[in-house]
Design a protein around this ligand. Structure first.
Ligand SMILES: [Zn+2]
Length: 424
């Protein structure tokens, strides 16, 4: 998710340590009542194939859903479901209300079930672009649990999906910007599309062969030194691939400089930034947040805290800075623990809290925790632990405690005490 620009000191002789980061809070909080229902939904969505027609504001989807039971539930808040068919072409669904959600319930058999669903969706411009497609902004936003403003889904971050996307009915001359095919499990909010009058910039490939591109809206000034910035982004992506592990969401990625609005959003393989300084952070979500998903919103630090740290770490590593963060943590500008208040982590519950409950603290506190851990354990050594965790958990959901346990087995640092100091 978005951050304000990182203030980096890499080139300044007087500047000896890490950057700071902060966050703008999105406008529309999610209520706990909504969050409570996520885990109650039946079925595990394996994949969705979605065909959107913007000229009709309609969509056709093919769903593969795994269940142990006889019913599958999909969230359809904000959608008008016009047709559902099972594998034999027979209609098979009812729409009911569960708590505050509208739920599409499909009859199913134990095992993998295939369905087609046709639905209509609406322009969400007037709702502040917190849910679904905005026709004026010309892009979608589903984070954290707004996927059902665009397609029938499970907003539970634990339920990953593979997806394919096709968007037609765009305005004349508009460029469609989205990942066509994602063959690794991703959270429901990663699915996105943008379109409009854009100029594409080709930044070449990483050593692993991943193509890096940037897209700038023609109605907006190209950011200063954008070509050089994209080369930095390519180097950062390359470092993440080499150091943390192979990227799982395809071999073509891009950063869209959106015309206005939120700071950034991790829509891999084509993410959004308002300020290009957020590119390293949004790219990092390819590994944490998306590559490794969070199991519960209470674990947001595993997404935002680790990603914020990686965005700081990758810039320092490329500048040859590998000596720890003690000066930065001791400085007036450095992140500071807030014991007893402003929690950045809620280990005792799952899906009771919303993603917004820790959003004010999770970047600073989470990256502060990671920086002190890196200082105590060693930055390069911690890279190896993070990589090992990523390789074992990519494509799955994890709790932050899983990460702590993993580190504890590989480090003499009292990582649970350090987490309590920074995050609780
Ligand atoms: Zn983020």
């Amino acid at each position: 998710v978005k951050t304000t620009p990182l203030v980096l000191c890499l080139a300044l002789a007087s500047c000896t340590d890490a950057p700071t980061a902060s966050i703008d809070k999105p406008a529309a909080p999610v209520t706990s009542a909504q969050a409570l229902t996520h885990k109650q939904l039946r079925g595990d969505i394996l994949s969705v194939e979605l065909h959107f027609d913007l000229s009709q504001m309609s969509a056709h989807g093919v769903y593969r859903v795994q269940t142990d039971g006889t019913h599958i539930d999909l969230e359809v808040d904000g959608l008008d479901v016009t047709d559902t068919r099972d594998i034999n072409g027979a209609p098979a669904s009812t729409v009911t209300k569960l708590s505050s959600h509208a739920i599409l319930t499909l009859d199913a058999l134990p095992g993998t079930n295939a369905f087609t669903i046709d639905h209509r969706f609406t322009d969400d411009t007037q709702n502040g672009m917190q849910r679904g497609l905005s026709l004026s902004r010309q892009n979608t936003l589903l984070w954290p649990d707004g996927c059902s403003a665009l397609y029938p889904c499970h907003s539970d971050p634990e339920d990953g999906i593979m997806f394919s996307l096709d968007v037609v009915g765009l305005p004349p001359g508009a460029m469609g910007l989205y990942g066509r095919q994602v063959n690794a499990q991703a959270p429901s909010y990663m699915l996105a599309f943008a379109y409009g009058d854009y100029t594409a910039y080709d930044a070449g490939t990483t050593s692993s062969g991943t193509q890096i591109r940037g897209y700038v809206n023609k109605h907006r000034a190209t950011p200063p030194n954008y070509a050089a910035h994209l080369q930095d982004l390519r180097a950062q992506f390359d470092w993440l691939e080499r150091t943390i592990g192979a990227y799982t969401f395809g071999d073509e990625v891009g950063s869209i400089v959106v015309p206005n609005g939120f700071g950034g959003m991790e829509h891999h393989p084509v993410w959004y930034v308002e300020d290009i300084e957020s590119d390293a952070h949004e790219a990092g979500h390819g590994w944490f947040g998306n590559g490794v998903r969070i199991r519960c919103w209470e674990d947001l630090v595993l997404s935002e805290g680790v990603t914020e740290y990686l965005a700081i770490r990758v810039r320092r590593a490329l500048a040859g800075m590998n000596y720890g963060y003690q000066n930065h943590l001791a400085s007036a500008d450095g992140p500071k623990p807030h014991p007893g208040s402003n929690k950045a982590w809620y280990p005792d519950t799952c899906d009771v809290r919303s993603a917004y409950d820790a959003l004010d603290t999770v970047y600073s506190q989470g990256s502060g925790f990671m920086m002190e851990l890196a200082t105590l354990h060693g930055e390069a050594a911690l890279d190896g632990v993070i990589s090992e965790f990523y390789m074992q958990h990519k494509g799955t959901a994890a709790r932050f405690q899983d990460f702590l346990d993993f580190v504890a087995q590989r480090s003499s640092v009292d990582v649970n005490a350090l987490a309590a100091k920074w995050l609780l």
